[in-house]
Design a protein around this ligand. Structure first.
Ligand code: GDP
Length: 185
């Protein structure tokens, strides 16, 4: 059976965020966090993962963007840069956004608190998760929750369709250059 007939819905997920926050690592962790449903890389920019959520077989096409921005405060970049990019380029206003704070395994080096993450996600209209691409903590849950929320949005759901809908996933890293009022540790 070909991939095209193996799923009920197809979603597109885009990982965006400053360079070095762990987007590629998160994608690879999610893709290889299973002995099944692993598809070969097509090109260099995206990977396909099949996932069953709520009894529906989903095909997730996850794009790993190659933004190469100058390293700086990656948390403030979320509202300063990435949220604006999403607004500007999103083709569907209903797209589901998730803010992810990665590298929680380095808790002693944490410079952005979970509360700050939650507050920013709320402000930007995003779901929120913290995870670690290294330990795999919460990695699967991030994508499953995202997929599950997408499924609740009628305009993003096309059962049995090959039309790919857009979903944006943003990352909040544990950047070390937070302003003083943003530190937590
Ligand atoms: P990208 O530029 O956003 O794609 O970031 P990368 O995936 O290339 O990761 C940048 C660096 O952070 C690499 O050295 C990774 O090994 C490291 N990294 C990524 N995720 C984690 C994590 O969850 N925990 C820790 N400790 N390091 C991570």
């Amino acid at each position: 059976m070909s991939l095209a007939t193996q799923y009920d819905m197809s979603f597109k997920i885009l990982l965006i965020g400053d360079s070095g926050v762990g987007k590629s690592s998160l994608l690879l962790s999610f893709i290889s966090n299973s002995t099944e449903d692993i598809s070969p890389t097509i090109g260099v920019d995206f990977k396909i993962k099949q996932l069953t959520v709520g009894g529906k077989r989903l095909k997730l096409t996850i794009w790993d963007t190659a933004y190469d921005v100058t390293r700086r405060d990656t948390f403030t970049s979320l509202s300063g840069i990435w949220a604006k990019e999403v607004e500007r380029y999103s083709t569907n206003q209903d797209c589901v956004k998730m803010l992810i704070g990665n590298k929680v395994d380095k808790d002693s080096e944490r410079f952005v608190s979970k509360e700050e993450g939650i507050a920013l996600a709320d402000e930007l209209g995003c779901l929120f998760f913290e995870c670690s691409a290294t330990t795999l903590e919460n990695v699967h849950q991030c994508f499953e929750e995202l997929a599950s929320k997408i499924m609740e949005v009628p305009s993003l759901v096309e059962e049995g369709s090959t039309i790919v809908k857009k979903t944006i996933l943003m990352q909040k890293p544990e950047d070390q250059s937070m302003p003083n009022d943003g530190c937590c540790s």
